[in-house]
Design a protein around this ligand. Structure first.
Ligand code: IMP
Length: 174
């Protein structure tokens, strides 16, 4: 594996603290209710695992898989669903969990897709928000960190399937 030059952006302790804060806020907002959490594969799996274990409310989980990127770091601009959820969401409280919002195309596509199934409520929690390359005016309801326009890896996020296992968030240096 070629080692790319990268520098740390968010160390473990900072990530852990922010995930606790998000989990606490979500637990307060949904107190007394049962959430269905839908993780977007593959990038969200580590964030989602930490988030639900830090929450104080019950939840069910499901996953969806979409492809919006090729093998590198440039978006194709086209979103394709490759795995749908297996749970009925009609009348339920739904929280979509994503690793990062970039152009906003993936989440806009998914929000439209799930809204057609008439959930009781539908919100989005994104660990990272990279606002500069937005192509649609999408706003997540819960955001871990807002970042500049670099390419980040670690904590579930990849570059050509590498680096997902890293416990910290790194930015790739050009
Ligand atoms: P969007 O549809 O442009 O918002 O892209 C969302 C998806 O692009 C995310 O789920 C990631 O898979 C990928 N992505 C965007 N920026 C990055 C990045 O900096 N690192 C890793 N993946 C990214």
């Amino acid at each position: 594996m070629d080692e790319m030059s990268k520098e740390i952006l968010f160390p473990r302790a900072i990530i852990q603290k922010r995930v606790q804060e998000l989990a606490s806020q979500i637990s307060d907002d949904y107190a007394g209710r049962e959430l269905i959490i839908i993780g977007i594969l593959k990038g969200a799996f580590i964030f989602m695992a930490d988030l639900i274990r830090a929450m104080r409310i019950p939840c069910k989980v499901d996953f969806v898989r979409v492809a919006s990127y090729g093998a590198g770091s440039e978006s194709t601009g086209k979103v394709v669903m490759t795995k749908d959820i297996e749970t009925s969401i009609r009348g339920r409280d739904i929280l979509i969990v994503e690793d990062i919002v970039d152009t906003g195309l993936t989440l806009q596509y998914l929000v439209d897709w799930f809204k057609e199934r008439n959930p009781h409520s539908l919100k989005v929690c994104a660990f990272l928000d990279k606002r500069k390359k937005r192509k649609v005016s999408f706003e997540a309801d819960y955001v871990g960190f807002t970042i500049d326009d670099g390419f980040v890896v670690g904590y579930g996020l990849d570059f050509s399937e590498q680096y997902r296992f890293l416990p910290e968030i790194y930015v790739i240096k050009q």
